[in-house]
Design a protein around this ligand. Structure first.
Ligand code: BDR
Ligand code: CA
Length: 317
C-alpha cells in the first residue's frame, strides 16, 4: 500500500478522482489538502466533505490551503464546473468538520525532512500553489515525497485554457515553475499526467448509462455531478462526453503500467502569451538531467475497466 496526500481543487473530476482513490486498495489516502483552482478553496473544502460523506470516509483529514496563486489574481473555473464547483448538483452541505491545521502547516509537518510517518507521495490535481509554498520555504521537503504525480501541462496536445496552456499550470504558473525547478535541483522527477493522456479519458453517455445499469445509485451520483460537465464539453467543443482528467493521475499512481512516456527536463513558462506552457526538452537541447516523466500514451479502455470495477467493488464491501 502506498501512502499519499491528495492536493486538489474539487471540481467535478477531482471528485471522481477522490472517489476512485478511496476505492483503491493500493492507495492509502493520508490526507486531502485543498487549493484554490477550479473552485475557491472554501468551496473545494465543502465539496470534499460532500464526497467523503458519500464515500463514508469523513475520517480522512482535510486541510485547506492557498486561497490565491503565488503572485497573480485568482481565476476560478466555475464556468466549467458549475456554480457550486460540483456540476450544480447542489448536494447538501456537510456540517461540523473541524480543521486542526492549514494545508501549509500539515504539508510542513508531513514532508519537512526528519518527520515521522514513513514514505508518502503527493498527487496534485489542481494548481500547485500549496506545494510551491512548502518548497519555497523548505526546498528539501521534496526529498521526503516518495513520488509526485501532477495532473497538468501538455506536451504535444494543445492547451485547454490558452492555445498552449493547461488550466492547473496556467492558473498558477509561478507555482508550477517552482515545483519543476525544485525537482531539477534535487534530482526528483515529476510524473506529468498532462492533457496528452488525460484528454483520451472521455466519459461518454454510453459508459455512464452502463454504470447506472450496473449500480443505479452510484451511476446516479456520478451522473448528478457530471451533467454540467457533459453540457460544457458539448457547448465548447461538440464532444459527446466529458474529459475526466484527474482520475487518470490516480490510476497512473497506483498502476504505473497504464501510461507510457519519456523522461525529459521540463520547465514552465510564467509570462506572456505562453504563460503556463510546459517547455519539454524532449530533444535534449539544454543538456539537463530529466526532472519529469512526461506521459504521452494510455489505454482508455483499461482505465475505464479499472475505474468502474474499483468503484463498484468498494460499494460491495
Ligand atoms: C484540470 O482543470 C480541471 O478542469 C480539472 O480538475 C483538472 O485538474 C485540467 O486542466
Ligand atoms: Ca483538478
Amino acid at each position: 500500500i502506498q501512502k499519499v496526500v491528495i492536493d486538489c481543487d474539487p471540481g467535478i473530476d477531482d471528485s471522481l478522482a477522490l472517489m476512485l482513490a478511496l476505492s483503491m486498495e493500493e492507495i492509502q489516502v493520508e490526507a486531502i489538502t485543498i487549493v484554490c483552482g477550479n473552485s475557491p478553496a472554501d468551496m473545494g473544502f465543502s465539496n470534499t466533505k460532500k464526497i467523503l460523506k458519500h464515500m463514508g470516509r469523513l475520517d480522512i483529514p482535510i486541510y485547506v490551503g492557498a486561497e490565491r496563486p503565488l503572485k497573480r489574481d485568482y481565476v476560478n473555473a466555475l464556468d466549467t464546473h458549475g456554480a457550486d464547483g460540483l456540476g450544480e448538483s447542489f448536494l447538501p452541505e456537510v456540517p461540523g468538520y473541524e480543521n486542526s491545521m492549514t494545508a501549509q502547516e500539515f504539508l510542513k509537518k508531513r514532508f519537512v525532512p526528519g518527520q515521522e510517518g514513513g514514505p508518502c507521495s503527493v498527487i496534485a490535481l489542481g494548481p500547485m500553489t500549496n506545494l510551491a509554498r512548502l518548497l519555497s520555504d523548505c526546498p528539501e521537503a521534496i526529498l521526503s515525497m516518495d513520488r509526485i504525480v501532477s495532473m497538468g501541462g501538455s506536451f504535444k496536445s494543445h492547451g485547454n485554457c490558452s492555445p498552449v496552456a493547461e488550466y492547473n499550470y496556467w492558473a498558477d504558473p509561478d507555482a508550477a515553475a517552482l515545483v519543476y525547478e525544485t525537482a531539477a535541483l534535487y534530482g526528483k522527477k515529476i510524473e506529468m499526467t498532462g492533457l496528452d493522456v488525460t484528454r483520451q479519458i472521455v466519459l461518454t453517455p454510453d459508459l455512464l448509462a452502463y454504470l447506472k445499469r450496473l449500480d443505479p445509485e452510484l451511476g446516479s451520483f456520478v451522473s448528478a455531478i457530471t451533467k454540467f460537465y457533459f453540457d460544457f464539453h458539448w457547448e465548447w467543443e461538440h464532444l459527446i462526453g466529458c474529459v475526466i482528467n484527474d482520475p487518470l493521475a490516480v490510476v497512473h499512481f497506483a498502476d504505473p503500467g497504464l501510461c507510457r512516456g519519456f523522461e525529459a527536463y521540463t520547465a514552465v513558462e510564467t509570462e506572456g502569451i505562453s504563460r503556463g506552457q510546459t517547455v519539454v526538452d524532449s530533444m535534449g537541447f539544454y543538456r539537463k538531467a530529466p526532472n519529469a516523466l512526461i506521459l504521452t500514451e494510455t489505454d482508455p479502455e483499461r482505465f475505464f475497466r479499472l475505474f468502474f470495477s474499483r468503484l463498484l467493488k468498494c460499494r460491495e464491501e
